[in-house]
Design a protein around this ligand. Sequence first.
Ligand SMILES: Cc1cc2nc3c(=O)[nH]c(=O)nc-3n(C[C@H](O)[C@H](O)[C@H](O)COP(=O)(O)OP(=O)(O)OC[C@H]3O[C@@H](n4cnc5c(N)ncnc54)[C@H](O)[C@@H]3O)c2cc1C
Ligand code: SF4
Ligand code: SF4
Ligand code: SF4
Length: 398
Amino acid sequence: MSCVVERARCTGCGACLAACPVSAITMDETPDGFAHATIDDQACIHCGRCEKACPALNPPELRTQEAVYAAQSRSQEVLMTSASGGAFFELAKAFLQGGGVVYGAVMSIDDSQANITHESAHTTPELAPLQGSKYAQGSAWPVFQDVERALRQGERVLFSGLPCQVAGLYGYLGRDWSNLITVDLFCHGNTSMTHLNLYLQYLRDKYHGEVTGYAFRDKEHGVGYNPRITLADGRSIRTTALRDAYWYLFQNSKFYRESCHTCPYACERRVGDISVGDFWGIEKERPDLLSTNNGPIDDSKGISVVLANTSKGHTLARAAEMVQMECDMADVIPGGAAVRAPQPMPEDRDTVLALFRAGDYAAIKRYCIRQMGVHNYLIDSVWDTPPVRLLRKLLGKA
Ligand SMILES: Cc1cc2nc3c(=O)[nH]c(=O)nc-3n(C[C@H](O)[C@H](O)[C@H](O)COP(=O)(O)OP(=O)(O)OC[C@H]3O[C@@H](n4cnc5c(N)ncnc54)[C@H](O)[C@@H]3O)c2cc1C
Ligand code: SF4
Ligand code: SF4
Ligand code: SF4
């Protein structure tokens, strides 16, 4: 067995596997659940296609912005079902008005076990499952051949995903196509399905019911990281990312894939025709755009950044029917960690991964409480309870 590229740089994009003519490559999982491409040397015919497709070996062209927008859907329904300002939905909807197919990530949960796959949508209603962030790594490569087939048949394709997945698609295709538009997300790192599934099993045991749904960012009580859990018996429980071990580890970059810590796509220059992310820090950089200052953007439902990185990306962004206010990268960078640089590898990454391998979520939780400090943990425990929420609202600090 050998590797296409050393494991530390393999993003698991699967371009090599999709390109291999004799199916000699598999995605092997480490005990932490991170998939890496592995070659069966007996089956390999040394054609070199995998190396040619691999974006870690042949980096794709990165693009500089033609325009930068603060954006927000005008639809309350879209805003409530999107992670930030619903830019993805509005871009995809505008794209589908010209016909074609949109690919994006969908999460299904069965018996507290989640799976994230890339699926297609041909109509606007079919976009619903693609909406919303799913904070764990799925596999996009199984649709690469379908994307190529559609492009060859002259169909218009919009492919959305993490920057490493977009890079993987370009690597597999070997070139850009005029009928292809790619949308990459701002991304500061990702963890594995193994980690997400251990967390869902913990929730199952905690709430005594199988988990059948998990929305990472529910907006019923405003923007932020407030997950909603759906259980098989119909209960729908909204919690908070504060004091939640999975979220603490995710937001503090503690259990990412190794390649995330040297990610070549965590920068201003982008791989996709369009990039979308959260406009964190807009209240400091462009307060004039917000509704609290009589601006056009509602600051209570999530705000997107849209980077138009190519002329075809820019044309689509202009066609999308949403609030779009021209900005500058200088407005985005202070709050946009994911466009500045990759997250450094934390010193305790191995400790955290070992805790997950042991599979004891209570121990993981204890570790996180020690890390955040008992004092902070206790504050967080009451911060999002209904009486404190009411008090914060009365004091204007909600
Ligand atoms: C792992 C991950 C890390 C992120 N890190 C940051 C960050 O550091 N800073 C920041 O500003 N934004 C980050 N984002 C992006 C942010 O969460 C929103 O997805 C983005 O702002 C788009 O929001 P939206 O309202 O326009 O659309 P939404 O409807 O919320 O997003 C839908 C889009 O996200 C894609 N998507 C969702 N989950 C996945 C997944 N697991 N794999 C591939 N594609 C997925 C769908 O394909 C679809 O294109 C991250 C997203 C993910 C999935
Ligand atoms: S060299 Fe060719 S046959 Fe061998 S693994 Fe790579 S793509 Fe497959
Ligand atoms: S193509 Fe993607 S999955 Fe294959 S070795 Fe390169 S980075 Fe890893
Ligand atoms: S940080 Fe880079 S390598 Fe990691 S998931 Fe995001 S785009 Fe992929």
